[in-house]
Ligand binder design. Sequence first.
Ligand code: XMP
Ligand code: MG
Length: 179
Amino acid sequence: MQNDIQEVLISEEELQAKIKELGAQLSTEYADRNPLVICVLKGAFIFMADLVKRITVPIELDFMAVSSYGAATKSSGVVKIIKDLDTTVEGRDVLIVEDIIDSGLTLSHLIELLKNRNANSVKVVTLFDKPSGRSVKMEADYTGFVLPDAFVVGYGLDYAEHYRNLPYIGVLKPEIYTT
Ligand code: XMP
Ligand code: MG
C-alpha cells in the first residue's frame, strides 16, 4: 500500500498537531452549548475520531452518509442521503465535520438541509480545502490545511475505497490510476 504513494503531503505528526489546535478553538467556541457534532461518512471518520478527543467540552455526536450524484447532475448540488441523522437538529448548534471541500456542492447542500430543519446554527470544520475546485461559493468556518489541486488519499480519504487506513495524506503514483 505504501508503495503506491508517490509523495507524503502531510505527515501523521503534522495532522495531529493541527487537529489539536482545531480542538482547542472548538472547545472555546462551543463551551456550554452542547453542540451536535456531525461526521460526514465515510471520508471524515478518522478526522472525527481524532478531533473529538481534542474537544474538552460536552458534545453529542451523530453520523451522516451522503453521496453526490454523477457529473451530469452534480451542478444542481443535489446529494443523496445514504444514512440520515438519528438526532433532531431543531434548535441545536450543529458542527459539520468534513474531510475535504472541493467543488463545495456536497456541503452547501448539507448546510441548506440542516438549516431547513431549523438548527440554531450550522458551522463547518474541514480538515482539507481545495479552493481551486470550487463551483459554488463555500467557505468552512475552520480549516486544517489548504491543498493544491491534486487527488489525495489517506487519513480517511480513498481511491476506489482503498488507502483510507494510511495515517498520513499522500499523492498516488500516476500508474495506480491507469492500471
Ligand atoms: P465537493 O462536493 O466539495 O465534494 O466537490 C467533496 C467530496 O469529494 C471527494 N473528494 C476527494 N476524495 N481525495 C479523495 O479521496 C480527494 O483528493 C478528493 N477531493 C474531493 C470527497 O469525498 C469529499 O467529501
Ligand atoms: Mg471518496
